[in-house]
Design a protein around this ligand. Structure first.
Ligand code: ADP
Ligand code: MG
Length: 243
């Protein structure tokens, strides 16, 4: 097997006495869609923060394209091609939608004009063109999620981390989101996504990793992971055992 795009190598992060990620090792191959699942508080968003450079691990290393990025600041990781959304959308609410996406595009484009063109293309890609001139603070929650994805995509990532971007959507909106994620992956961007709705996430991902109490409880093909006894007990619940 060729080198993984991302290697999380035995990473631990403690906040005081609370171990949010414990001895986590995950390899992500280029081109994969990886599902990161597990109960609330399992450490999923913390792992995204470690990959994107919001936090540094207490122990362990993170490698991207073979290079050790453990100590690099978030902006440098973004420049290298790691983009993420935040579980709670972080739009610049007083700016309009296209300006929000320009902020992302400026990570990849040297001039305001090319950044703006890239931002408009990205809005089209995520289906937000009709809201380009709207003030971000006035978007509906599903639109804010799309904007969050657009800002991340506009940075021109090789790896995209999606933190619950399909949560709280209607079935129709969720299906549109799934189609967008498939399109993003088909364009060559590797995706790691945190999602709770098994019916939505499992058909979409190539592989699933289950976190529980900060540690990897199981990883493998989605069909195997949902049948895993420990995963059913810790996360999915007995309802899944029969199914
Ligand atoms: P998940 O995304 O899987 O729901 P999180 O990664 O947000 O879980 O949180 C994992 C654990 O780490 C939780 O117990 C949470 O309260 C704790 N935690 C996360 N960020 C911090 C922080 N900055 N300071 C202290 N505790 C934190
Ligand atoms: Mg979270």
């Amino acid at each position: 097997m060729s080198d993984p795009l991302l290697r999380i190598d035995d990473v631990t992060l403690a906040f005081g006495g609370l171990v949010a990620n414990r001895d986590v090792s995950i390899d992500v191959a280029a081109g994969e869609i990886l599902g990161l699942i597990g109960p609330n508080g399992a450490g999923k968003s913390t792992l995204f923060n470690l990959i994107s450079g919001v936090y540094r691990p207490s122990r362990g290393r993170i490698l991207f394209e073979g290079a050790d990025i453990t100590a690099l600041p978030a902006a440098e990781r973004c420049r290298r091609g790691i983009a993420r959304t935040f579980q709670v959308p972080r739009s610049f609410d007083s700016m309009n939608v296209v300006e929000n996406v320009v902020v992302g595009a400026l990570a990849r484009h040297a001039t305001a004009a090319t950044a703006r063109r890239a931002a408009l293309e990205t809005l089209d890609r995520v289906g937000l063109t009709h809201r380009a001139g709207a003030v971000a603070g006035e978007l509906t929650p599903p639109e804010k999620r799309r904007l969050e994805v657009a800002r991340a995509l506009a940075t021109g990532p090789r790896l995209l981390l999606l933190d619950e971007v399909l949560t709280g959507l209607t079935p129709g909106e969720a299906q549109a989101g799934v189609a967008l994620i498939r399109e993003v992956a088909a364009s060559g961007i590797t995706v790691i996504m945190v999602e709770h709705v098994m019916e939505v996430v499992m058909p979409l991902v190539d592989r699933a990793v289950v976190l529980h109490l900060g540690a990897v409880l199981a990883q493998g093909a989605p069909a195997a992971v949902v049948r895993d006894d420990a995963v059913i007990t810790a996360y999915l619940g007995e309802r899944h055992r029969a199914a």
